[in-house]
Design a protein around this ligand. Structure first.
Ligand code: BES
Ligand code: MN
Ligand code: MN
Length: 465
């Protein structure tokens, strides 16, 4: 594998520049003002796949943004790896908090990234990470080290819930057939502590609307005599958790899989420093469900959060008004074996039941997804673990993440194939936040590690048959 490192070293400046060009395209899937850019990003990705050596490259339309597909199938006896990623990104706002333009990538050194990091929306989530597969693929082809068949499926709607992907996967089972799925869209504990994500949370995301009087009212003439939808919405939200921060929705925890003491002890061995955690977020204290550690709260416990809340007057100055309506966007992150549609239903019933008669309540589900767990004894996990052990000089720790990638559970259901979440980002890379960035070290480490996954996997796969 020496040639691989040589090739990466020789081409690293070009690899970085190519990623920078990809990051210049504002492929924001949530905002229809950027639809053209999302489509041109798909074009760009398909060209980069062709340039890297992929065949049968297609931009496949869906009911939303297209999927970019490409493959290199050269020996039917070899295992096939499906690489999944997403070329869409989150909206960049609040723009004023960015130190440089979200779509004008620049390289800056930071404390955590002394070799420099690329600052741009999508740098880590997920353009930098999926593009490391394109460059690793190019490297394997040009050094004659490709030991598996490869299929690429890079989608454009992950950040809006991959709502059209279930139909796409169901209709393209043959095209997507594979022995394992490899995804770089998660992170590691730190650059000195590699880890592999073995769990993703499910999601139930909904919007609530609370309506009081039929119009906005003068808050002096009517105040105190009419239910204020914002006050009432806040009261209702506060009823969703008790004083121990347990979620109060009846039946919410019914199917939650409890971990054994032994498994919890194992989780507790992962390096984690609560003081550094607080310092990084400038917090005096942490907060969460009683009886669980921070790692358990994010990794194995279901959660409920208000993502946005609005209503009434929020313009300049003051306006004395009782609003007619109040709104909130609420998400629940789910763990095995909670089902998103059941949780959505339980939330809806409970939320309506706690509304006073003075208001009416509407609950509209947005999108959902099922949780995912990856075993640590399957060939593909072992191949990933060994690959990281070689390139980081340290065995990676399995970690359950609080994040969600709904397609992963769907792949398992429809294709009956497990996904390996071999991510290289850091929690401090500010994904979804202003000043998102991706370390040059992380980007190149990804390109270096991926070929080892392929060679390890083909060896382990041969043993299997
Ligand atoms: N790549 C993230 C998910 C992620 C990040 C998982 C870090 C684990 C570690 C993905 O792009 C994402 O943001 N997913 C959304 C869900 C989606 C339905 C909008 C999320 O987790 O909020
Ligand atoms: Mn992502
Ligand atoms: Mn994301």
């Amino acid at each position: 594998m020496k040639e691989i490192n040589k090739y990466i070293n020789k081409n690293k400046d070009r690899f970085i520049n190519e990623l920078i060009n990809l990051l210049k395209i504002p492929s924001i899937s949530a905002d229809s003002n950027y639809s053209k850019d999302v489509l041109s990003c798909a074009e760009h990705v398909s060209k980069s796949l062709i340039k890297a050596g992929a065949e049968n490259v297609e931009i496949i339309p869906t009911d939303g943004f297209p999927v970019v597909y490409g493959e290199k199938i050269f020996d039917e006896n070899l295992p096939t790896v499906l690489v999944y990623g997403h070329y869409d990104v989150q909206p960049a706002d609040p723009l004023e908090l960015w130190e440089s333009g979200p779509f004008d990538p620049i390289i800056k050194k930071t404390k955590i990234h002394p070799d420099g990091a690329i600052f741009a929306r999508g740098a880590c989530d997920d353009k930098g990470q999926f593009f490391s597969h394109v460059k690793a693929f190019e490297t394997m082809i040009n050094t004659n080290n490709l030991t598996c068949n490869v299929k690429f499926m890079i989608e454009g709607e992950e950040e809006v819930g991959s709502i059209n992907l279930s139909k796409f996967v169901k209709e393209n089972k043959q095209k997507l057939s594979c022995d394992t799925i490899l995804i770089s869209d998660t992170g590691i504990i730190s650059n000195n502590n590699p880890s592999i994500t073995t769990g993703l949370k499910g999601l139930s995301y909904l919007e609530v609307e609370v309506t009081g009087p039929n119009r906005d009212l003068h808050s002096g003439l009517y105040g105190g005599a009419v239910g204020n939808p914002i006050n009432i919405l806040c009261e209702m939200i506060s009823k969703l958790k008790d004083k121990n921060n347990k979620i109060t929705i009846p039946g919410f925890y019914d199917n939650v899989q409890e971990l054994s003491e032994c498994e919890r002890k194992d989780m507790g061995r992962a390096p984690f420093n609560i003081d550094k955690y607080k310092e990084a977020l400038e917090l005096s204290d942490i907060h969460g469900e009683k009886g669980y550690t921070t790692i358990e709260r994010t990794g194995i416990r279901p959660t409920l959060d208000v993502n946005g809340i609005w209503g009434g007057y929020i313009g300049e100055g003051a306006k004395t008004v009782i609003p007619s309506k109040a709104f909130a966007k609420i998400s629940m992150r789910l763990v095995p074996n909670q089902r998103d549609n059941e949780i959505t239903e339980k939330f809806t019933d409970f939320f309506k039941s706690i509304a006073p008669k003075s208001v009416s309540v509407k609950v509209s589900p947005h999108h959902g997804g099922e949780p995912y767990v990856c075993p640590t004894d399957i060939p593909s996990y072992l191949a990933a673990s060994k690959a990281m052990e070689i390139t980081y000089n340290k065995k990676p720790i399995p970690v359950r993440s609080g994040g969600s990638i709904p397609i992963v559970a769907l792949f398992e259901k429809e294709l009956r194939v497990k996904s390996i979440l071999l991510g290289f980002g850091l929690d401090s890379d500010a994904i979804h936040s202003p000043n998102e960035h991706y370390g040059i070290f992380n980007y190149l480490k990804g390109i270096e590690t991926i070929p080892y996954f392929f060679s390890n996997y083909s060896k382990l796969f041969n043993k299997k048959i």
